[in-house]
Design a protein around this ligand. Sequence first.
Ligand SMILES: [Zn+2]
Length: 261
Amino acid sequence: MFIGAHPDDADIHFAGTAILLKELGHEIIFTSITDGSAGHQTMGREELAKRRLAETQEVAKFLGIRYIVMDAIDSELTADLSTRKKLIKLIREVKPDVIISPRPNDYHPDHRAAGQLVQDSSFLLTVPLCCPDVPRLEKNPYIFYNQDIFTKPNSFTPDIIVNITSVIDKKMESLSLHVSQVFEWLPFIYPITEAIPQDKKGQIEFCKRNWGNRGGALRFLPLLNDPDAKYAETLERCEYGSKVTPDIAKELFPFATINFS
Ligand SMILES: [Zn+2]
């Protein structure tokens, strides 16, 4: 279960690993805590939220996963009590073995809040008197952070490195289904000045060029010790979930390079 702030955060940071997990028979759930209603230069919030929800469902169909979009307002997410309770209930219903989220240090306030909300929910998932209308989890999930480039107060640690080269085209084709983002909003806000390709192959290459190194994942490629590895995704253990030993990490991600120090 990936828990991000926006519809496309999971796709950008984790879809390669998700595809590999899915191939092993695991159930994958992408979650956006906000409705994605702030990410466009011409559309209004209501219309945009509907469009982005539809885009997530296209991704869900394409990857064979479930994509949940919650109702917090995009650009206004805070780690408040009512959102925390909604998230606790959702996680308890889903009962994930593993949660992936951003670290609570990031350039975007919604990403920071999403990371904080996952941390704030983690222990309470097991406390019966917290949100008593949904049964508690007996065990905390394993929790990991997706990779990022931020260095203060400390840099991301690549505990788990996944070679996603074999599935990069599928990852990028999936990302390209967020049309309102990768071909409209993000080129506007970054900005990206190159022309948007009209054919599918060109669009996949466009996505690779612009999001293939999101979170600086490629700086960890040498740790894979594989000269053919061109794309990677990495995870860091969060200390607030169940303890991840090297054996457990290998069981959860059998295709990954485990880099615990
Ligand atoms: Zn985002």
